[in-house]
Design a binder for this molecule. Structure first.
Ligand code: 13P
Length: 250
């Protein structure tokens, strides 16, 4: 059985003090981890105090990015080794904002996925998709399939089981216009079929696939009712503790 994940992605929001206050406000109101796994991805500066605040609670603290080397002359980057040692055991990789604004490509994201796993981190690998590609449908290979083949290239069966994938259509991110549940399911199904082609049925049935893009307390239930949607990655509506708790306890 795939235990669902409900994760917030705060992006570049909140001070350290605000982050810790948020954790303290929600940590006693979360479901048991065998029902739903709850997580928050926060800016690097807030991660260590959040891990301390969340200690002993079901809440997992995640990084929003990391580099593909463990240490060295890489000014400004975040080490996957240092994250793991600090108690941060999950990292989002390949978010569409990293791809679009910071120019990360599939090759770099694949290196980051490999580095994260090498250091014991569980990656949440984001797979984007645009309305243009949906309408034109003229790619030789569907965009989503190409992303998954490239970003997860070379992983062993043991490694792929530690990966979570998040299907996040570009047009749904921050727009207030979520994909409808059947569109979201179509993307997540395609991702699962691609993983099935790469690793077989058993593995594909174990890997968790999330949907992200304008998730709210009102649409979370319908999205998560779909077969291939094992949870959600929430941006704006994870910034307010009450709203986030409504999504987690929907
Ligand atoms: P919104 O929920 O604000 O659309 O953001 C989604 C997202 O980017 C999650 O990673």
């Amino acid at each position: 059985m795939r235990i669902p994940i409900i994760a917030g992605n705060w992006k570049m929001n909140k001070t350290v003090a605000e982050s810790v206050a948020f954790v303290n406000q929600i940590k006693d109101h979360l479901p048991a981890t065998d029902q739903v796994q709850t997580a928050l991805a926060a800016p690097a500066l807030s991660l260590v105090p959040m891990v301390q605040a969340a200690s002993g609670s079901p809440l997992k603290i995640m990084a929003e990015n990391c580099y593909f080397e463990d240490a060295g002359a890489f000014t400004g980057e975040v080490s996957p080794h240092a994250l793991y040692q600090a108690g941060v055991h999950h990292v989002i990789l390949g978010h569409s904002e990293r791809r679009k604004i910071f120019g990360e490509d599939d090759e770099m994201i694949n290196k980051k996925v490999v580095a994260a796993l090498r250091n014991g981190l569980c990656p949440i690998v984001c797979c984007d998709d645009t309305m243009g590609r949906r309408v034109a449908n003229d790619d030789k290979i569907h965009w989503v399939v190409g992303r998954i083949l490239a970003d997860l290239k070379g992983l062993t069966t043991d490694e792929i089981r530690k990966v979570t994938v998040a299907y996040e259509p570009d047009w749904a991110i921050g727009s207030g216009q979520s994909a409808d549940p059947s569109q979201a399911e179509e993307g997540c199904y395609l991702i699962r079929q691609t993983i099935c082609d790469m690793y077989g049925d058993d593995v594909a049935n174990d890997v968790r696939i999330l949907y992200g893009g304008s998730v709210t307390p009102d649409n979370v239930s319908a999205l998560m009712a779909k077969n291939d949607i094992d949870g959600v990655l929430v941006g704006s509506d994870s910034l307010d503790p009450e709203t986030f708790l409504k999504i987690v306890n929907h």
